[in-house]
Design a protein around this ligand. Structure first.
Ligand code: ADP
Ligand code: ZN
Length: 603
């Protein structure tokens, strides 16, 4: 086994250079120091402990809270020729004895283990007799009650500091604000270690928000146009909507599966397995899905309902594009969504203080949805990170929207709500504003109101956007029981009296006419037809090899490696070895099969 970090990176993982702070982190740990690493999803945390574990003599012990995640990592490492194993409650009988034997014989490079398992006397005693390279504590925010996945077992991991004083410890997480960060360092006794904070930006994710018109159709055309046959996650708020949407997509020829907590265990497990092991499955899910899913090639995350907060949104959309290739975060939202969440908060049994926090979080989310600025800048500022320049890879950057003085429009809208009696839904109020002569308008005599027809200068769609923004701004309230009737909020008095200006976002209308690729700099899949068809052939070969072994395709090669193969078309082992993601083990194991595909294809 090679003993310097760069050759481990190259020979085992097939990469030529460390990314970002990886090199510094790796050298801190190799030299025996502790580290706390805060890095966004897809930032490359795993290598930060995997490389030192292979460079330092002895066993690297990785604490991880989720079995699915452990198995995934172990499979990935085995494919790379690393001797890795996982100890957890779902192990077949006899297997843990085999692992113990391998540990004692020094035949294991890395051991993944759940915190509760690690802290049993049996395992600690065994580790006492092993040479240890390091401890890595993954998902380290689980130790903090400030964080969102508190795990009491994590608290006891501080014993590692006292019991194994000479063994470096590295804790890693993708989610940690200031208080959580301090909490992690303290509780895990990492105060003497170094803290590495990477920016939280995910530049390869394109953020986009569309006004909800016909959400299913919008989703379908988004998938068809931009992500045919690619893996994605669609989030919905309710179980019934998850099932309805999945079924409908299947009827439209999309390989979609449902996932929510109410499904049978087996069904859930099998759907998740298909999502991981097949190419191009779309998972329609409640937020119950995703934690611990390490699939690198999720090409899009779509929200058909508003997430709970920007934190939730960032975490959920962060499941796209872990492999660094271009990916989309797509959200459709409309006035009813705002009303629904406001209603949920109002009706919940939570104490008033909690409701206040929830309302603030919703306001931040709505501010993000209605912003005219670069979305990434708004997001990163919310997480106390900064992006000096607009990103160029979100909808507002690509199709700038303007803010305009909407005070006059707001007054028209509010007075029309008032004149019609504060009980009609947005559709009818817009009919009155735009001077429509529907049966209802006539029957109710609303065509005789002073506000009838005062809004003809805007289209219905534009009015919808105005109303949505007034609801988001808390000037109008949607009745959540009944028919979604609108009534005035106390705050709107100032606007009606002309004492307060309202700034609105002008929707970029006629989006449909926009070109397909929309100015994306890099593409996930090759554009060139010959390359694209070779890519598909390579992908088919990968799926075949994955099926034979019962592993997810991405543990064999990532899409990025296949794209590179399709582009470079290596014809020899040497050429093949130079492709990023091809280490020694994979070269020996897979080069022949893929070279053959390339050769056939080129002929
Ligand atoms: P995280 O755990 O932070 O979400 P991973 O460790 O899963 O991220 O890494 C994300 C992706 O980036 C993986 O596909 C990994 O192989 C790739 N990667 C990480 N470091 C490098 C590197 N130095 N060079 C090339 N690819 C890398
Ligand atoms: Zn932007």
């Amino acid at each position: 086994m090679p003993r310097d970090p760069l050759s481990v990176l190259h020979d085992v993982f097939g990469y030529t250079a460390f990314r970002g702070q990886q090199a510094e982190i790796v050298s801190q740990v190799i030299s025996g120091g502790d580290a706390l690493v805060l890095m966004p999803t897809g930032g490359g945390k795993s290598l930060c402990y995997q490389v030192p574990a292979l460079v330092r003599p002895g066993l690297g012990v990785v604490v991880s809270p989720l079995i699915a995640l452990m198995q995934d990592q172990v499979e990935t490492l085995r494919q790379l020729g690393v001797r890795a194993a996982a100890l957890h409650s779902a192990l077949p009988p006899g297997e843990s004895r085999n692992i113990a034997r391998a540990m004692r014989a020094g035949e294991l490079d890395m051991l993944y283990v759940s915190p509760e398992r690690l802290l049993t006397d049996g395992l600690l005693d065994m580790l006492d007799d092993c040479k240890l390279a390091l401890f890595a504590i993954d998902e380290a925010h689980c130790v903090s009650q400030w964080g969102h996945d508190f795990r009491p077992e994590y608290l006891q991991l501080d014993t590692l500091a006292t019991r194994y004083p000479g063994v470096p410890r590295i804790a890693l997480t993708a989610t940690a604000d200031g208080p959580t960060r301090r909490d992690i360092a303290e509780r895990l006794k990492l105060q003497n270690g170094r803290i590495f904070v990477a920016g939280f930006d995910r530049p390869n994710i394109r953020y986009r928000i569309v006004p909800k018109e016909n959400p299913r159709q919008q989703l379908l055309s988004f998938i068809r146009r931009e992500h045919p046959n690619e893996a994605g996650i669609v989030y919905c708020l309710s179980r019934s909507k998850v099932e309805g949407t999945a079924e409908w997509l299947r009827g439209e020829g999309i390989e979609a599966l449902p996932y929510h907590a109410g499904l049978d265990r087996e069904v859930r497990a099998s759907n998740q397995d298909r999502f991981l092991k097949e190419d191009g499955v779309v998972m329609v899910a409640t937020i119950a899905f995703g934690m611990g899913i390490d699939k690198p090639d999720v090409r899009f995350v779509a929200h058909l309902d508003l997430p709970k907060s920007l934190e939730a949104y960032y975490q959920e959309t962060g499941r796209a594009g872990r492999d660094g290739l271009p990916s989309d975060a797509w959200l459709a939202y409309g006035i009813q969504d705002v009303a629904k969440i406001q209603g949920l908060i109002a009706e919940s049994d939570a104490p008033e203080r909690q409701k206040q926090i929830d309302r603030q979080k919703l306001d931040a989310l709505l501010g993000y949805c209605e912003t005219v600025r670069c979305r990434r800048q708004v997001l990163l500022e919310y997480f106390a990170d900064a992006l000096p320049q607009p990103c160029g890879n979100c909808d507002t950057c690509l199709e700038p929207v303007e803010a305009f003085d909407g005070t006059e429009l707001a007054r028209k809208a509010l007075s029309c709500v008032y004149r019609t009696g504060q009980r009609f839904g947005v559709g009818h109020v817009i009919d009155v504003l735009t001077g429509s002569e529907t049966d209802r308008v006539r029957q109710l005599g609303h065509d005789r109101l002073s506000t009838w027809g005062i809004g003809r200068d805007l289209s219905k769609q534009e009015w919808k956007s105005v109303f949505r923004q007034l609801v988001a701004a808390g000037l109008l309230i949607v009745d959540t029981e009944g028919h979604g009737g609108l009534h005035l909020a106390p705050d709107c008095r100032e606007v009606l009296r002309g004492e307060k200006e309202i700034h609105l976002r002008r929707e970029a209308v006629k989006r449909a006419s926009r070109s397909k690729s929309g100015g994306r700099a890099v593409r996930a899949l090759p554009d060139d037809p010959a390359e694209a068809s070779l890519f598909q052939a390579l992908r088919a070969k990968r799926l075949e090899l994955a099926r034979e072994q019962g592993v997810p395709p991405y543990v064999i090669f990532h899409d990025a490696t296949l794209t590179e193969l399709a582009h470079a078309r290596p014809r020899s082992m040497t050429e093949f070895a130079s492709i990023p993601g091809v280490g020694q083990a994979k070269l020996l194991r897979y080069a022949d099969a893929f070279l053959e595909v390339i050769e056939q294809h080129v002929e």
